[in-house]
Design a protein around this ligand. Structure first.
Ligand SMILES: Cc1cc2nc3c(=O)[nH]c(=O)nc-3n(C[C@H](O)[C@H](O)[C@H](O)COP(=O)(O)OP(=O)(O)OC[C@H]3O[C@@H](n4cnc5c(N)ncnc54)[C@H](O)[C@@H]3O)c2cc1C
Length: 400
């Protein structure tokens, strides 16, 4: 296990091949680490019907790594994002270039890039145990009874992270945000809505709706609304798709007609999810193991920031591990450089969520009065959030 310079190669076990995990694996392999990437599922039920909007800061990471074209060709660019109230009046526009992409396709493209660079992907490997067995070595145990060892363990296993629970048993659990999200695709008449390269957001009276016309007649949409009672993913899935979209269409009856038009033309599976966030953790690491991405700091999705933050994390943590021979030192440097940014974004996402999905009548009245100002402030904060750009990639890591 020696590299060209005959210094020992560090073995990294990355847990979770969603978005953060594959990108981190790719970065580490390029920097000379030996990487095993463990994933519980090949295809997650949660990914069905679900697309995300990748912000410019995420795109910047992919560009820096030379991956933007090949990964983002799976998606469709939006030249701007508009924000309208429930009467359909456009109150603000964010001229940033973003990309809408199916979550499963983004993940698959990143996994392909990671394995192409030399990371070993092990699927159907659900982490269930993690033990420090001394000598700076960790033993990972999987649900199928198999085991593996690594010098460094990096938990990228999402909002309900098992790595976080095993590594940091006192850390708070993910908290339900009292919001349910849905997403799907609709087919409408080819000329009904223009293919205008715009991601349209509508602050409805009882829920938030977003859509983009991807090609003539092909619309991708998502919806968020308040639901104080927590229901699991499985419980939400008990309602069939037709009933689910009919209920959403009813919910959006007071809003611009385009919302109901799109919802009632929904075809194919409709994804739906209870939305969680991870309260701030005291630390993100113990010894030579750490959590990152949603596992460390899932923020409410109302700023469309989570995936891009995971990409930033992957890039920055790989660089820190490259620069610091001690993993603990690397994790400390990484945490110090990331905490304030993440905390500010989490706060902003929570504030945006309260405006998007007010759950009491009074809150709704106040929301409508303050909406014009709140949206403009949100657009400005969004631009600040998007402004991260990665530093230079080390020359010796350019080879793949
Ligand atoms: C409704 C909603 C809308 C969103 N919209 C946006 C958006 O528009 N833009 C945006 O940037 N972000 C958005 N996000 C956030 C974004 O999806 C997440 O921030 C992003 O997916 C985090 O990536 P990750 O790799 O850290 O975690 P995940 O994508 O959750 O990946 C975790 C991986 O770990 C695997 N795993 C879990 N447990 C184990 C285990 N024990 N062993 C092995 N593997 C395991 C999972 O199967 C999964 O593949 C949204 C989130 C929600 C809920």
């Amino acid at each position: 296990m020696k590299n060209e310079n005959s210094t020992p190669r560090r073995r990294a076990a990355v847990v979770g091949a969603g978005i953060t995990g594959p990108l981190l694996s790719l970065c580490l392999v390029r920097l000379g680490f030996e990487v095993d990437l463990y994933e519980a599922y090949l295809r997650r039920a949660q990914d069905v019907g679900s697309f995300l909007n990748l912000a410019p800061n995420g795109r910047a990471v992919l560009e820096r790594l030379g991956l933007a074209d090949r990964v983002l060709e799976q998606g469709t660019a939006a030249g701007s994002i508009t924000f309208a109230n429930h009467k359909g009046r456009v109150l603000a526009e964010n001229p940033e270039r973003t990309t809408n992409i199916m979550r499963g396709e983004l993940s698959a493209a990143l996994r392909e890039a990671a394995t192409g660079a030399g990371a070993k992907l092990h699927s159907a490997k659900r982490l269930v145990a993690l033990d420090d067995i001394g000598g700076d070595v960790w033993r990972l145990g999987f649900e199928d009874g198999t085991r593996a060892e690594a010098d460094i363990v990096l938990g990228c296993d999402g909002v309900h992270s098992t790595t976080r629970r095993l590594l940091l048993p006192d850390a708070p659990r993910a908290a339900y945000t009292e919001v349910v999200g849905s997403g799907g695709r609709s087919r409408i008449g080819a000329g009904e809505l223009p293919v205008d390269g715009t991601f349209h957001m509508v602050f409805g009276l009882r829920g938030f709706f977003g859509y983009q016309v991807m090609a003539p007649g092909d619309v991708w949409w998502f919806e968020n609304h308040p639901e104080p009672r927590e229901r699991t993913f499985a419980e939400l899935a008990e309602t069939d798709d037709a009933q689910w979209v009919a209920a959403l269409a009813e919910r959006h009856r007071p809003d611009p007609g385009v919302v109901r038009r799109i919802l009632t033309a929904s075809t194919g599976p409709v994804g739906r999810w209870p939305v969680y966030e991870v309260p701030p953790l005291g630390t993100w690491h113990r010894g030579s193991a750490a959590v990152l991405g949603d596992a460390a700091h899932a923020v409410a999705p109302h700023m469309g920031a989570g995936a891009a933050l995971g990409m930033e994390d992957a890039y920055e943590l790989a660089l820190a591990l490259h620069e610091h021979p001690s993993a603990q030192r690397a994790f400390t440097v990484f945490e110090e450089s990331r905490r304030d940014r993440i905390a500010a974004l989490a706060k902003q996402a929570r504030q945006t969520g309260a405006v998007m999905t007010p759950n009491r009548r009074l809150a709704r009245v106040i929301r409508d009065l303050m909406l014009p100002v709140a949206i403009k402030q949100g657009v400005r904060k969004g631009s600040e959030a998007y402004s991260y750009r990665p530093s230079r990639w080390p020359a010796q890591g350019d080879r793949n």
